[in-house]
Every structure is written in structure tokens, then in C-alpha cells.
Design a protein around this ligand. Sequence first.
Ligand SMILES: *Cc1c(COP(=O)(O)O)cnc(C)c1O
Length: 361
Amino acid sequence: MESSATEPANPMNSTEPMKPPATTLRSVDDLCDHALVPSERMPELAEVAARYAVAITPAMAGLIDRSNPQDPIAQQFVPDARELETRPQERSDPIGDEAFSPVEGVVHRYPDRVLLKLVNACAVYCRFCFRRETVGPGRGGLSANALAAALDYIRSRPEIWEVVLSGGDPLVLSPRRLKDVVTRLAAIAHVKVIRVHTRVPGVAPERVTSALVRALRTEKATFVVLHANHPRELTERARAACARFVDAGIPMLSQSVLLRGVNDDAETLGALMRAFVECRIKPYYLHHADLAPGTAHLRTTVAEGQALMRALRGRYSGLCQPAYMLDIPGGYGKSPIGPNYLREDGVEIEDFRGERHRYQP
Ligand SMILES: *Cc1c(COP(=O)(O)O)cnc(C)c1O
């Protein structure tokens, strides 16, 4: 139907691309102003937003197709009334970080590596976040004293070979603060590897300045692990931001969360993995979605995930293969969950087409 000039503008029906907002959208009012939620749903969505933080950066708001109610970018960031429905098996701390936190800001679950959570804020808030009960704007981060205590803990444990900066998103910090932390970590002799887990190169590529890249460079091996879930997130500007890290000698890996309606089909998942590889990012993990509260509508089954992994293996380069991981509820850590190509009897192996062959060493 054609709209005439006399009709009042209805942004929800407009096919014109919306101009991206100048700043991050943080309230249901902001989302309504930018045609991301209809005004009649504001009361229930305000309830969701009061419980779980909302933030959509200009880069992500500009990517959302308003004419598609199932838009995969919107599914990740725009609040949904179903988030108010918590299932009995869902937990506020789904992977059991609390029990493995020896000092504030540190999670030490595996012997050789720790998570160091510098901030509780992110550039965007994902609707499926497993730390959704603890992240948000204004939740602060580690104080100077707490950071000193966390570094003391790492310094006192020679078995800690790797430190993973996680959060919150560490790349929301200023280059100056990042440089301070990275320099102090690099000065610890037994810390050989520093890894940064972030969504920033995709969702706020303008933050990846040469000062930020320089802040992460030390004589220790530094890796940046990009979290992205849909190939459209890898825009030209996002690709350029990733290239700044890789060109500076900082290798990149990816992590993605398998999400219903976002990337749970072989074409989308394959395109995502190819986009990573084209950016010189090696696909690392595909996470089965955690049992975070109010996220059942975004989870797939494990069997669906395994079928998708088979489809990836059947159709795409070995460079495009992530490991499919489950973080075991209760704090037991991550395990790869297949699929398994060796049959139970151990004398038959399936190839990428699904055909079986005898294997008798
Ligand atoms: C996921 C995680 C890591 C990193 O695990 P890798 O398998 O090395 O990527 C480290 N510590 C904790 C507590 C984690 O949850």
C-alpha cells in the first residue's frame, strides 16, 4: 500500500531506512522514538528493561531492519516480554562463577587460567546474557584496591599461565585504563598470555582506535576474541576495526552463541563463520545458550546444535569450524558436545557426507 503525503508518518511501517541514532539507546522510550518497539508494548517492555539492562549502540540500531519483526539483530538486543518468564531450570548464575571467585573480579575455575572481570558494563546488553543479573550501566567495576588485590592473587599463583579479560566488556574502558591493567599483567613473569573477550569491534567499531590497539600490545601474546552471532554484524566498519588488531600483530578468535531465530540455520551459521575467516578471525567456540533467566525462547536443543555442526562440517572449509561447547551448569566448566563421528563400537567412522567406513587400526 502506498502512503500519501497527508498520512501521519508511522515509523513502524516505513520502508525508509532509519537514520542511526547519535548515541546508545538505553530506555524503552529511546527504543520507541527510534521505531524499535511499538508504543502499545511500552509498559510490559519497561518492566523487562527495569529487570535487565538495555543498550543498543548506534552501529547496531542502524543495522536493524524495522520492516522485519524477526530481525536477527533486533532479537539479540531489543527487549522481549518473554524475558519475564523464568523456567525452573534457569539460574541467576547459570555457569556457577560465584563459587569459583577467590577474590573480587577473579574467576579461577581451570588451573592454568583465570577470568579477570574489570567492568560490569557493556557497549550493548544481549537479551541472552548469562551474566544478565550482574551486568548493567552504573554497576561499576573493580575499584583500584580490588584490582590490586586481584593482581596480587594472580601474582601469587605461578600456575596461572593465561588471564582472560572478560566482564562486562573490557573494551568499554579507556585506552589509558586498559594500558595500565595490561602492563601490570604483562609484568607478571608466569602470565604468558592475555586474552580479551569483547563485542566492541562489531557493536562499537569506532572505539577501536590506534590508542586502544596500542594499549593492548605488550611483549606477551595477546589475543582478542570477538563475540558476534550474525554475519550482518560484520559490517565494513567492524571488519576495519578487526583488521586494526590483526595488522598490529594481535591474532583474533571468535565466539558465538547459538540462538533460535538468529543463527540456527546452516546458511546463516556458515556465512557467519566465513565472515570471521575472511576477517582473519579463527572461529573458536559456538556456545550452546546458557540457562540464563528469561531466555528459553532463544535457546535451541543440543540435538539441533549438533545437526548444525554436521551441516557446517559437510559444507564449509575446516577454517570455518568452531567447537560446539556447553558450559555445564553448576560451575563444572565447558565441554565440547559433539557431534561425534566415531560410532560407539569404535570401528566405524562417519565422513562429512554421513557415509560410514570401517576403521581398524
Ligand atoms: C570460559 C572460561 C574460561 C576460558 O575457557 P577456554 O576453554 O580456555 O576458552 C576460563 N575461565 C572461566 C571461568 C571460564 O568460564
